[in-house]
Design a binder for this molecule. Structure first.
Ligand code: AHR
Length: 515
């Protein structure tokens, strides 16, 4: 039995979670839109073609904001193709995923879907093949009330009221050679700045995210953020970050440790952004939009998993099947985000349905939850509030996270990784407390003693564990509950002293109410 101690005080906070921390992402990619959230003719489809079974699972998952329409897709997207009478919309080749895009779902349908799902829309503009002119027209189309060409076109299309979209991404992963018309930091910085200026001149209430690095392992990481923010500091509120955890090395301890690299990535981007502020003697703080994050590796490298020949519409690609082990690493990512809620003000689980997603569907058939669904749903439901500075004393292990097939042979030594990773969130309205705990020890249970200072008497409201004897266990259409939360028994509370025993390789969530 391993032992760990956790201590925190109700008055010592990292920050408050922004509702946008619990976002997700929808891209025109594979069966995410078509056959996923949108499937006219499906037995559960509503009059707009939105699958009600998927909507119900989305509400249970609890995302708050939804990024759209890409992703790599957006860098070749002409938004005008996706509005107006459906029969007039063109079918076009999409060079991001080598498919045919029918454009039967576009910006207006997406906004309607967001209203039905009760999430805020977040729109990315194309700064790859296009630039500021198309971006400002889209803002005018979406947000201007009436009396101009673009706003009246929206009204003519059937959306009388402006969409009022607040959060806009200035392109996607513009540092990546895989992107249509990727750019140097100087080129992108100048384009993003001019687009931002015009977009905000049309609607001064919008918030803008500039593209940061598409991964911490990019050769330009750090210098990219520095130069992009040099151009956009006065025009953007956010810089973006993307991370996909992988287990290419099939090294479970390293895979479970790698969310700690997300912590480092965030700290590094904060340092660069604040360095740009320092050069200006500015008090402005650029916030972070972690607008793509997840586990993704099985369907990433092989072209056959990413591309189906013949330019099909909505082929099954990137349909990662998530295991118990993936849910643990994913849960570590949830904890990293919560523990950086002072600077990460938006984050998007990439993606939502079918494509590296928490929700799977069969076209014409049922929908079900993948293993990673559960940590996210618990974080969104129980993780809102004041995140506390938790002091964790846990035994550690040494791991090395690397990509044996990586072009750059990346190698990240991770010495002294604590077995226990924790986030503690106080609910100021009710006096309650939520604990999120990842036990990364594969072979032993862990006895955890928690000193919750300043809370008075607490009582257990609910406690759950997610574990499986087989770390490779998955959910499927026929076994949709194989990996799902069970009650975590034996949580004891004595005043503010909490004790519990965590199973090996487990994700655990406990909620306490003021007694
Ligand atoms: O989410 C899948 C892809 O990953 C996105 O299109 C892109 O932005 C990232 O590289």
């Amino acid at each position: 039995m391993r032992k760990a101690q956790v201590m925190f005080d109700r008055d010592f906070a990292i920050g408050h979670t922004d509702p946008r921390l619990f976002g997700a992402f929808v891209e025109h990619l594979g069966r995410c839109v078509y056959g996923g959230m949108f499937e006219p003719g499906h037995p559960t489809a509503d009059e707009k073609g939105f699958r009600r079974d998927v909507l119900a699972l989305v509400k249970e998952l609890g995302p708050t904001i939804m990024r759209y329409p890409g992703g790599n897709f957006v860098s070749g997207y002409n938004w005008e193709d996706g509005v107006g009478p459906v029969e007039d919309r063109p079918v076009k080749l999409d060079l991001a995923w080598f498919t045919s895009e029918p454009n039967t779902f576009g910006t207006n349908e997406f906004v309607d879907w967001c209203r039905a799902a009760e999430v805020e829309p977040m729109i990315a503009v194309n700064l790859g093949t296009r630039a500021g002119d198309a971006a400002r027209n889209l803002v005018e189309y979406c947000n201007h009330p009436r009396g101009t060409y673009w706003s009246d076109l929206r009204r003519k299309h059937g959306w009388e009221q402006p969409h009022g979209i607040k959060f806009w991404c200035l392109g996607n992963e513009m540092d990546g050679p895989w992107q249509m018309e990727y750019k140097t930091a100087t080129q992108y910085g100048l384009v993003a700045k001019e687009a931002a200026k015009m977009m905000r001149w049309i609607d001064p209430t919008i918030e803008l995210a500039a593209c940061g690095s598409s991964g911490r392992n990019m050769p330009t990481f750090g210098r990219w953020e520095d130069e992009v923010l040099e151009h956009t500091f006065e025009h953007a509120e956010f810089i973006s970050l993307h991370t996909y955890f992988n287990n290419y090395a099939q090294d479970t301890p390293a895979f479970l440790a790698c969310p700690d690299l997300m912590d480092q990535f965030i700290d590094e981007v904060v340092a660069v952004a604040d360095g740009v502020a320092a050069r200006r003697r500015s008090k402005k703080r650029i916030m972070l939009s972690f607008d793509e994050w997840n586990v993704w590796y099985r369907t990433r490298r092989r072209r056959e998993d990413r591309v189906k020949e013949g330019w099909p519409i909505a082929p099954p690609i990137l349909e990662e099947i998530y295991s118990m082990e993936d849910a643990l690493t994913f849960g570590g990512g949830c904890i990293s985000l919560l523990n950086h809620c002072d600077r990460v003000k938006a984050a998007c689980l990439a993606q939502l349905v079918n494509v590296i997603a928490p929700i799977m569907t069969e076209t014409g058939g049922p929908a079900w939850r993948q293993s990673i669904f559960h940590p996210f749903a618990q974080m969104s439901r129980l993780g809102r509030g004041k995140v506390l500075q938790a002091k964790v004393e846990s035994e550690t292990y040494d791991a090395s996270y690397y990509d044996p097939r990586g072009a750059q042979d990346l190698y990240f030594p991770m010495p002294q990784t604590p077995y226990l990773k924790v986030a503690a969130v106080a609910d100021e309205a009710t006096g309650g407390l939520s604990l999120f705990m990842l036990n990364r020890c594969l072979g032993q249970e862990m006895e955890v003693s928690i000193d919750a200072r300043g809370f008075g008497r607490l009582a257990v409201a609910e406690a759950h564990e997610l574990r499986h004897d087989d770390l490779k266990a998955v959910n499927s259409k026929d076994a949709p509950e194989n990996v799902s939360p069970k009650p975590l028994d034996g949580v004891s509370v004595d005043g503010g002293k909490i004790r519990m025993t965590l199973k090996p390789a487990s994700w655990n969530v406990a909620r306490f109410s003021a007694a």
